[in-house]
Write a protein that binds this ligand. Structure first.
Ligand code: PHE
Length: 333
């Protein structure tokens, strides 16, 4: 049996047949075990001799199997190493890194400037009540912006906010003055798409409420913000305007970014970038609507078009480019 077993081992070439082999001779029902079981039929004198012999053969086979196993393992490992050799000199796969959208870059830059100036960032929902978007902001019942042809209504009382100004209402109701907040996000108007209009666009709203806040504080804040964002040499120009929720109100123009005020084709020779910002002193009616006493508190608010600023800043002449996700455009930033 020993010689037969050893001869058979020579033919084994892989790990699974080695295991089969082990079971065949050494397993519970294996050949050697059979001999041990059959020892009952032997005489007293024969038993220790046969037992010793069987144990010797078992030990020998165990050692040989172990050696064989190591050999086969090594062989398999070497084969694998050979086959899976990596050529480190081959060029690697190109990884495409993502990056910030130009609009988000501008938005974060704007927020950073206001954070530096001591403002807090708050958030407001894109789906708003008609009350917060219009009524509480003192917008007259017949104001054209309320029209179904201008505003996306979800129900009679719920709409997609047409500006970020409803955040003013939410903030004044939630916070105790004094506070300085900005809030940026998406806004929606029923506009046809053209080079400068999109039914979805972005605004950044600012609101400051305290005792004794005046128009001078508003002008200074806007001035500082523009200089911080675009550079010291930039000038601002306040033109009287009307908003239902501020009085007095103004629209702000900023020195043309291309020529810094000299006059160039970009600004049609005027030296100004137009209408980047609307602002004004918070209307007493709006303060009252939010439970604040206009004799005690005053404040200013402003709203600016983020898409507009991104377009001016990066010289983008078509707002569609901001929302089409064309990689040829986005990869330029
Ligand atoms: N909500 C105004 C708009 O969308 C901008 C604005 C904000 C004006 C705050 C005054 C004060 O045009």
């Amino acid at each position: 049996l020993r010689n037969a077993a050893i001869a058979e081992l020579k033919n084994i070439s892989n790990l699974s047949s080695l295991e089969e082999y082990r079971v065949k001779y050494l397993g519970k029902k294996g050949e050697l075990t059979k001999i041990l079981r059959g020892m009952g039929g032997l005489s007293k004198e024969e038993r220790p001799i046969v037992g010793k012999l069987v144990n010797e053969v078992r030990e020998e086979l165990e050692t040989r199997i172990e050696t064989m196993k190591t050999e086969l393992n090594n062989k398999a490992k070497n084969k694998k190493l050979k086959e899976e050799k990596i050529d480190v000199t081959l060029p690697g796969n190109k990884v495409n890194f993502g990056h910030r959208h130009p609009l988000m870059k501008v938005l974060e830059e704007l927020e950073d400037v206001f954070l530096k100036m001591g403002f807090e960032i708050v958030e407001g929902p894109e789906v708003e009540t008609v009350y917060n978007n219009f009524d509480a902001l003192n917008s007259p019942d017949n104001h054209p912006s309320r029209d179904k042809s201008d505003t996306f209504y979800i129900t009679e009382d719920i709409l997609l906010r047409t500006h970020t100004s409803p955040v003013q209402i939410r903030t004044m109701k939630e916070k105790n003055p004094p506070f300085k907040i900005v809030s940026a996000g998406r806004t929606f108007r029923f506009d046809d798409v053209d080079d400068t209009h999109s039914p979805m666009f972005h605004q950044l709203e600012g609101l400051v409420i305290d005792k004794n806040i005046t128009m001078a504080n508003l002008k200074h804040t806007i001035d500082m913000f523009i200089k911080e964002l675009f550079g010291e040499e930039m000038k601002t120009r306040f033109r009287p305007h009307y908003f239902p929720f501020t009085e007095p109100s103004a629209e702000v123009d900023v020195s043309c970014l291309s020529c810094k005020g000299e006059g160039c084709p970009d600004c049609h020779g005027t030296g100004w970038s137009m209408e980047l910002l609307g602002c004004g002193m918070v209307h007493p009616e709006v303060l009252k609507n939010c439970g604040l006493d206009p004799d005690e508190y005053s404040g200013f608010a402003f709203g600016l078009g983020v898409d507009r600023i991104a377009m001016v800043k990066y010289g983008i002449n078509n707002i569609r480019l901001l929302f089409e996700n064309d990689m040829r455009f986005l990869n330029q930033f």
